[in-house]
Every structure is written in C-alpha cells, then in structure tokens.
Ligand binder design. Sequence first.
Ligand SMILES: O=P(O)(O)OC[C@H]1O[C@H](OP(=O)(O)OP(=O)(O)O)[C@H](O)[C@@H]1O
Length: 199
Amino acid sequence: MSNPTDTQDAVLALMSARAGHFPLESGHHGELWLELDALFWEPAALEPFANRLAELIRPHAPDVVCGPLVGGAYLGQVVATRLGVRFCHTERTSAGDGGLYAATYELPRALDARLAGLRVAVVDDVVNAGSAVRATLAALTRADARPVALGALLALGTTPAAVAASAGLPLETVATRRNEIFEPEHCPLCVKGEPLQRP
Ligand SMILES: O=P(O)(O)OC[C@H]1O[C@H](OP(=O)(O)OP(=O)(O)O)[C@H](O)[C@@H]1O
C-alpha cells in the first residue's frame, strides 16, 4: 500500500464505474457514475484505506469525525474509531429546488449542543461536486462546531480541492481520479443531445 499508484488502483477497484450522462445531487451533470453501494460489502477490505485516511487526518487533531449518510457515515465511524475520537453523521433533509448546491443536510438535533466549539473532520467516501460535504459543513457551522479538515477515500476531479479551499480547509485524500462536472447550461453532453440517465 505504500506505492501511491497501487493505492489508487486498489481504491478504484472497490467501486465500479459507469460512463454516461448523469444528474448529480449538486445540480451539476457528470459523465461518471460510481457504484458505491458495494463499497462496504467487505469491511475488512476497506479498513486499510479507512485507516490510511485516518492517519492523514490525525495531524489536524479533530475531536469528532462527521460523515454524511450513507457512505460517508459508514467510513467516518471507522476513521473515528481509529483516531479514538467521537463520531456524528449528517442526513440529507432536502434535495433542494433544482439550483446548484441546494441540497440540505442536518445533524441529529441531540448532538448540536455537544458539537459547539469542537474540532470536526468531515469525511466522505467519495467527493465529486461536494454537495454532501458542503451541506455537512454548513450544518456544522450552524451548530457552532469548528471544521478542521475535509477527507475522502477518493476525490474526483478538481472540485473537491476548490470546495475545501473555499471553506479554508485542508483536503486529505487516499486516491484521486480525473473527472469533469458541468453546470447544466454549459454541459457538452446536453449540447450533443444525450439524454440524462437515471443512475
Ligand atoms: O460530492 P458529491 O457530488 O456530493 O458526491 C459524493 C456523494 O455521493 C455519494 O453519496 P450518494 O449520493 O450516492 O448517497 P449514499 O452515500 O447514501 O449512497 C457519496 O457517498 C458522497 O456522499
């Protein structure tokens, strides 16, 4: 696992990829869909990568790891256990109004008061447009928590780094993969007349 290319290939091998024309939760369109439902099928296979992510996050000294349901929360529990810190999840509460980044996520209400002032690392299994992690950061800000890092097993394209930078956070990733996403009005697949596919 020390060779970065081997690590990258091994992470990608955990997810099957489909090419097409897909609507993303963020409102963007993309050419890539990753099937993530089987990512946690063999927890022991995923654990070394979750542990690697935990070690990347450790220097940021979080008190809490927070991940969006579903995949980000499953991963976040493993990372939190490895780090010996607390864990919380966010849950999508609205898909939004069709605009960009309109989906909302919320923390369990009972944890709001506990999170105030704590250092929180936000983790997700994959970050693409960053809808889930952006909305999770917003929920943490509402709870007066202090985000300190954004982490992912896999970051797609350049948007995750932009999302982290705009939040003033370091981005820690185990693997990266090239990818492009498009605002609907600038989507080349729409221009070509390719119909959107349900993932
Ligand atoms: O950066 P984004 O553009 O938000 O994409 C990444 C998100 O998509 C996946 O979740 P999905 O929507 O498949 O839900 P799930 O985790 O419940 O399967 C993944 O687990 C991330 O949360």
